[in-house]
Design a protein around this ligand. Sequence first.
Ligand code: FES
Ligand code: FES
Length: 159
Amino acid sequence: MPVTLTVNGRSYGVEVEPRKTLADTLREDCGLTGTHLGCEHGVCGACTVLIDGGPVRACLLFAVQMEDVDIRTVESLEGPDGELHPLQKAFWDHHGLQCGFCTPGFLMLAQGLLEDNPDVGEEELRDVLASNLCRCTGYKNIIAAVKAAAREMSGNHDR
Ligand code: FES
Ligand code: FES
């Protein structure tokens, strides 16, 4: 079936089987391989992207459902001259990744969270980040990175 996806502000006209997931379509038809696939059944969150600003698991959606929505992938975070987004910089600075497989999902999960509420409290932050799986870091540095990015993005350096 033909479908037109709007991803990172760009239009992609693709032809996909009705059963093809958004995650596979982003990777295989749009060339956006930053979205990773771990479990492929909605548990790990490696495939997290933003749909109309909210974090969703792209392995649980069909691409043909995704006309008329705004999709953002991890590739959207990069600045116009290739500079790192504050979240990416904070993950780098605070060692919020080891193998990096989970990282695109965590970045988009955190981006959705901070766009919604840059002053998010500690408890909610931990609760939301616990919805994605990381097998390397033990989460401590991921939490520190997102808190640092939140300070940077909100301009509130007292938090
Ligand atoms: S690959 Fe989508 S949640 Fe794991
Ligand atoms: S950094 Fe390896 S799974 Fe998270």
